[in-house]
Design a protein around this ligand. Structure first.
Ligand code: URQ
Ligand code: ZN
Ligand code: ZN
Length: 479
């Protein structure tokens, strides 16, 4: 299987330059002026377009069992919809129930993901602690290629990790050369505010943001960063949604701590007015956590991306259809939390990032692909356009437009948080593992073609730290 992408401008996180890209057997074989391509190679005409690394969405929840239901998007439909938006890789989550054996949960998710059309990895959530969790974390790192462990600091009485669990898990991750990630909202503040709002008779979606103030995120981000500092482990803050959180991340990074921040495309563009809509389904369709925020937070988040204090963008793609959201008709705390976006993230970011001058094309590649690959240790196999890398490529037409709608999107959900948004800059072709999976509106995703991605630990960082620590340790006095 060979494919030649001809006439385009290659854009990586480092540079843009005119070059053709030749792919063979799923890998990038040559990049340059008219590289040799055998007769019979499939040709993609990229004239006037950009040729970029396929998107990596480091935060999705395909067919997640959550809040009494299961997300409507599965690993096949979700990765296929991603192709239509230029995304070629996801990192999803294994989320064990409290007291559920980690390896059992991991095997469940591996089974569900076998239908994926695109490549996928897993962060594993640590929702409880005992010696078996300690041991299973070792197995997951050493044998299963998991190098990131998630901690939900929200969702009390469900999957919330206590401080005790976080303490043990962070130290174990440090030992193993893994990174920790957090959903940083103070679950106790949220829980107490939810009870108070319901007691006052506020049970509609307007109560959702009121129960999750920016301070609840700022406190939890601060706490997670301090736990990570004590453990000496890198920490990645998912769906950073407020200036409060960004300020804490920025301060820690300025002090040299290894802290990374992710922002969702939705949090960059949608504000909390959606929850005050008279249309219950519209408001409930936007219920996700952390909630969409007042406008001033969006400006801060864009500054965070531009300044490099936020390194990645994601979607937290976790879809629930209207009948599922209706579970919370009389109690907003029962509305399944989650929204979609895997098909729209890159076009939304190009339109509101590159077309407005907030991001250069190179920065666009960094925040939609390369940085996630580097942070989660799959670069340059993923997130780069380099010889030997996986042939995961998007041919991007900067002049083409479309209007986003649930009526036309490929996502398996009846709602779209970007409904009606006109985007300029969309994929004309997506190549995954060297195969054309999307071409000018035609989706050619193949169920089960996706591969599980092993992501190596980071012993190099920790090895160096250990050597330094030993060097500093007081020498035993020779007897
Ligand atoms: O919290 C998450 O990231 C998962 C449960 C998806 N739902 C959400 O509201 N973000
Ligand atoms: Zn979350
Ligand atoms: Zn999530």
């Amino acid at each position: 299987m060979s494919l030649l992408i001809r006439g385009g401008t290659v854009v990586t996180a480092e540079a843009s330059y005119r070059a053709d890209v030749y792919c063979e057997n799923g890998k990038i074989k040559a990049i340059g002026e008219k590289p040799d391509a055998p007769a019979g190679a499939e040709i993609v005409d990229a004239g006037g377009q950009f040729v970029m690394p396929g998107g990596i969405d480091p935060h999705t929840h395909m067919q997640l069992p959550f809040m009494g239901t299961v997300a409507s998007e599965d690993f096949f439909t979700g990765t296929a919809a991603g192709f239509a938006g230029g995304n070629t890789t996801i990192i999803d989550f294994v989320i064990p129930n409290p007291k559920q054996n980690l390896m059992e949960a991991y095997r469940d998710w591996r089974g569900w993901a076998e239908k994926a059309a695109g490549d996928y990895g897993f962060h594993v959530a640590i929702t409880w602690w005992d010696e078996s969790v300690h041991d299973d974390m070792g197995t997951l790192v050493r044998e299963e290629g998991v190098n990131s462990f998630k901690h939900f600091m929200a969702y009390k009485n469900a999957i919330m990790a206590t401080d005790e669990t976080m303490y043990h898990s962070f130290h174990r991750a440090r030992e193993l050369g893994a990174i920790v990630t957090v959903h940083a909202e103070n679950g106790e503040i949220v829980y107490q505010l939810q009870q108070e709002l319901l007691a006052k008779g506020i049970n509609g979606p307007e109560g959702h943001p009121l129960s999750r103030p920016p301070a609840a995120e700022g406190e939890a981000v601060h706490r997670a960063i301090k736990f990570a500092d004590v453990a000496g482990v890198p920490v990645y803050v998912v769906h950073t949604s407020t200036k409060d959180a960004l300020d804490v991340i920025t301060l820690a990074r300025n002090n040299g701590q290894r802290v990374f921040g992710e922002v969702l495309a939705g949090h960059l563009l949608i504000d909390d007015s959606v929850y005050r809509s008279a249309d219950w389904a519209f408001a409930a369709g936007h219920v996700m956590s952390p909630p969409f925020r007042p406008k001033e937070h969006q400006a801060a988040l864009w500054r965070g991306l531009a300044s490099g204090n936020l390194q990645t963008t994601a979607t937290d793609h976790c879809c629930f259809c209207a009948p599922q959201k209706a579970a919370g008709k009389n109690d907003f705390t029962k509305i399944p939390n989650g929204t979609g976006g895997i098909e729209d993230r890159m076009a939304v970011l190009w339109t509101h990032g590159v077309n407005t001058g907030r991001l250069t094309p190179e920065e666009f590649v960094a925040v939609t692909s390369a940085n996630a690959a580097k942070i989660f240790n799959i670069h340059p196999r993923k997130g780069s356009l380099s010889v030997g890398a996986d042939a995961d490529i998007v041919v991007w037409d900067p002049a083409a437009s479309r209007t986003i709608s649930a009526k036309t999107h490929h996502q398996n959900v009846d709602f779209n948080i970007f409904e009606g948004m006109k985007v300029t800059g969309v994929p004309s072709h997506t190549i995954a593992n060297g195969k054309l999976v999307y071409a000018k509106g035609e989706l050619r995703a193949v169920k089960g073609a996706g591969r599980y991605l092993k992501r190596p630990a980071f012993p190099s960082v920790f090895g160096a730290l250990d050597k330094m620590a030993k060097a500093r340790a007081p020498r035993a006095v020779a007897r």
